[in-house]
Write a protein that binds this ligand. Structure first.
Ligand code: ADP
Ligand code: MG
Length: 678
């Protein structure tokens, strides 16, 4: 398994530094400067005429107008490439075409008279012409009247965009930065690639006149009457010399498939329909077959396996959400191949906003593949930008808690299947706990964990909730022990006292659970404690066992051990009645950190820094013998004492280099062999 990432997170959390998830977008600061200079430059610019070269024949006088001030600002940002991905202009134009077609269909359903309804099909036609360096997008939707053109293409009437502009003036908001690149600025994005844009349009109202709007995106635009006969809109983009790739058919096909594959109207490119995949998430969940899910999953995630889990989640309030999530059967990260990219893409009304979106789900859920479509997410900046990041936050919290609840339900529905999931994908959930933003979220994720338990047979797993439901009255804590195998756990000195007290102990064999569960801190208001840290804090004692060392002898042994082991090894030695089969046990106040940072501390300083307490079991044969041996054969007694101490270190996971004790072990073995000779 690829644990490097989790290890980093775990280490960071151990060091208590906050986990950063968002990166500022450098391009944004750049665009801020552009705005400042552009306003000054714009006002001094003289008017330049816009030439005409498309097929619609212009008639009558040319109406030459200036863009409204904010529009000019926006155009200037756009022209100077706010986006690294200029190709989004195609997405924007297709979306507008699709919107216009949808509006038309809406009118038609509501009995509004529509010119030429049956004549012009509800479709979008794209043509590329590398000879003339143009790309043309045509639809047979509502079209625009002259007033519509002035209103919609010459002005930014919407307050959201103004808010956006003043926002960058202030250069305050950093939270919305990363969103800007994800949302287009609609129609104006065309000027990123165009020398000139020409819009021929005729409204759907009977007897309407066609118009041509054109602009080079500097300060002016022109409108004139045109003999544009068909209903709808045709936009001819005359590409800049260095953007001619957008006149290449194959390039455009790739872009359309990337962003607009699921648009609800047929899209033709140079006469051939190119969007063929059904947007499965918009369909009735009950009507979708497993086979369809399989195909769709494979299509969107470029995979060949099958989804392990499928969640089709639809909501209308508080947000409109159509989403489809898949948990893959195979994840490359499981095999340590690579860290997965997020796998969920964000759509707004079937148009791609962001592929493999980073902010839409928490990072630990990156093993989920799928799509999220929300009408509430604006495709461009024309809505309330200031609310956008809050909106994404909201969406993210709704979706992640939905996914967590879904997995919890799946665990109930099919336990075996879920256990396999947890065994294979548990690493992500562990990361979820470490990187969670608050305790409530941490606890929700913790519900998804499964452990073996001292109350269950090997192989049977249990959840924290099940543990809590079995807690005895008066039991305050949830106990766990994190060791590589069950055998080690069951023979651990730290397990013994809890077993004697009749407490259930969860066993985890994952190397990170130590830290992950320490991060969790509590579940259901019950402290979650490792057996080790519980024992270092608790004073609970067991019964005095028959045949124990008398207390005066025990006291004298304790004094001798304290002296013999010395302050560089132990802070304190004490008699403990909670041990039965183990001679000694070592406790330190924070075992997790002690293990983690052990190698960073020089051996001779460990006693001083870790301050361990060595508990000795007065009923154990070795201890009882040691009480007399210390006076009969001090040399051997010292060897035994030191070895007992090292054994306790091993049990505590605090022995980093066992080679150091080899010499002593040889001496001990030697004395055993000698003893046999006698
Ligand atoms: P938005 O789509 O968010 O409204 P745009 O900048 O993409 O913003 O488009 C501005 C407006 O121009 C649209 O709201 C619409 O009224 C009009 N418009 C753009 N393209 C078309 C089209 N193909 N058909 C009809 N109207 C259009
Ligand atoms: Mg638009």
């Amino acid at each position: 398994m690829n644990y490097t990432r989790l290890a980093k997170l775990v280490l960071r959390s151990a060091l208590n530094s906050p986990v950063r998830t968002t990166k500022p977008l450098p391009v944004f600061r750049h665009s801020y400067r552009l705005i400042k200079t552009s306003t000054a430059r714009m006002s001094s610019e003289s008017s330049s005429s816009v030439e005409d070269s498309t097929d619609a024949v212009n008639q009558g006088p040319i109406d030459r107008r200036e863009f409204k001030a904010e529009t000019r600002q926006l155009l200037d940002i756009v022209a100077k490439s706010l986006y690294s991905e200029k190709e989004v202009f195609i997405r924007e134009l297709i979306s507008n075409a699709s919107d216009a077609l949808e509006k038309l269909r809406h009118h038609q359903v509501n009995g509004v008279t529509i010119d030429d309804f049956s004549k012009s099909p509800l479709e979008i036609r794209i043509t590329t012409d590398s000879q003339t360096g143009t790309i043309t997008i045509q639809d047979f939707g509502t079209g625009m009247s002259k007033e519509d053109m002035v209103e919609n293409l010459g002005t930014i009437a919407r307050s959201g965009t103004k808010a956006f502009l003043s926002e960058i003036e202030d250069e305050k908001s950093s939270s919305s930065n990363s969103l800007i690149g994800q949302f287009g600025v609609g129609f104006y994005s065309t000027f990123m690639v165009a020398d000139k844009v020409k819009v021929n349009s005729r409204s759907f109202e009977t007897g309407s006149q066609g118009y041509t709007w054109s602009s080079d995106g500097s300060g002016l635009y022109e409108i004139s009457e045109a003999s544009h006969e068909t209903r709808g809109t045709k936009i001819v983009v005359q590409l800049k010399a260095d953007e001619l790739r957008f006149a290449d058919r194959d390039t455009v096909e790739g872009i359309v498939k990337k962003y607009s594959n699921f648009v609800g109207f047929p899209i033709f490119l140079n006469g051939e329909q190119i969007n063929t995949i059904q947007p499965l998430w918009t369909q009735d969940p009950k009507a979708i077959t497993t086979k369809q899910h399989e195909e769709f999953y494979q299509f969107i995630s470029n995979a060949f396996d099958k989804p392990r889990y499928t969640l089709h989640f639809v909501a209308d309030a508080p947000l409109s959400i159509r989403s489809l999530f898949y948990v893959p059967e195979q994840l490359p990260e499981m095999y340590g191949v690579r860290v997965l990219e997020p796998g969920v893409s964000l759509y707004s009304r079937r148009v791609l906003i962001q592929s493999k979106a980073r902010d839409i789900l928490p990072e630990w859920l990156r093993f989920v593949r799928g799509v999220i479509d929300s009408e509430d997410i604006p495709l461009n900046l024309s809505r309330e930008l200031l609310q956008q990041s809050a909106l994404i936050q909201k969406l993210r919290s709704v979706l992640s808690s939905k996914l967590i609840r879904f997995l919890a339900d799946e665990a109930k529905r099919d336990r075996k299947k879920y256990e396999k999931f947890f065994a294979e994908c548990g690493i992500f959930l562990r990361e979820g706990i470490v990187s969670a933003s608050d305790d409530a979220e941490r606890e929700e994720i913790a519900k998804l964990f499964r452990f073996e338990s001292s109350f269950e047979r090997p192989g049977v797993t249990t959840s924290l909730s099940e543990y809590v439901s079995r807690m005895k009255p008066g039991q305050k804590n949830i106990y766990y022990l994190c060791l590589p195998t069950r055998e080690l756990a069951e023979t651990s000195p730290y397990y013994e006292p809890l077993l004697a007290q009749g407490h259930e102990v969860l066993f985890s064999y994952d190397q990170f659970d130590d830290t992950v569960l320490a991060q969790l801190r509590s579940f259901n208001e019950k402290p979650v404690l490792s057996a080790e840290s519980y024992l270092s804090k608790s004073e609970e004692e067991g019964e005095v066992k028959d045949g124990s060392l008398p207390s005066d002898e025990a006291d004298s042994l304790v004094k001798w051990l304290t002296r013999t082991l010395g302050y560089h090894r132990v802070k304190e030695v004490k008699v403990s009645r909670r041990l039965s089969s183990h001679p000694t046990m070592l406790t330190v106040s924070d075992m997790v950190s002690a293990r983690r940072f052990l190698r960073a501390i020089r051996p001779e300083e460990r006693g001083k820094i870790l301050q361990p307490t060595l508990e000795v079991n007065p009923s154990h044969t070795i201890i009882k013998r040691l009480a007399t041996l210390k006076d009969e054969d001090t040399k051997l007694a010292v060897l035994v004492a030191e070895q007992l101490y090292d054994n306790a270190l091993i049990a505590a996971g605090l022995m980093d280099d066992p080679r150091r004790m080899l010499g002593r072990l040889d001496s001990l073995v030697e004395s055993v062999v000698r003893e046999q000779e006698k």
